[in-house]
Write a protein that binds this ligand. Structure first.
Ligand code: TYC
Length: 108
């Protein structure tokens, strides 16, 4: 315990507020990635990007074509739990529709 803590306990602190010692850290961010495959219809991928990533049709189409041509692409960047939820929603929705679409996350 330091002098300031002792003064504070006795109630004789001078009332100068100090910042808490612990720094508030920004949360780690994760990229949600879509992977290309030969079977999932392009229109389904565009729909996924609209529905789960709130992309407008033009942006959704641009991302889908990028993944189609390059093999992988970023749908969005989120904190861990949000990214994990998006990945699960996409994979579940793809399976429900019998498409092999793959979605993963990666630390930024
Ligand atoms: N390659 C698919 C096709 O030609 C389209 C596609 C795009 C699939 C992006 C998955 O993440 C994907 N029908």
């Amino acid at each position: 315990m330091n002098d300031r803590d002792r003064r504070s306990e006795r109630g004789t602190a001078t009332g100068i507020a100090t910042r808490p010692k612990e720094k508030t850290k920004r949360p780690a961010l994760y990229k949600v990635l879509l992977l290309n495959d030969d079977f999932t219809p392009m229109e389904f991928v565009v729909h996924v990007l609209e529905r789960f990533f709130h992309k407008a049709r033009e942006e959704a189409t641009r991302i889908m074509l990028h993944v189609h041509q390059r093999g992988v692409g970023v749908c969005g960047v989120y904190t861990y739990e949000v990214a994990e939820t998006k990945v699960n929603q996409v994979v579940d929705f793809a399976r429900q529709n019998q498409h092999p679409l793959q979605c993963t996350m990666e630390k930024e």
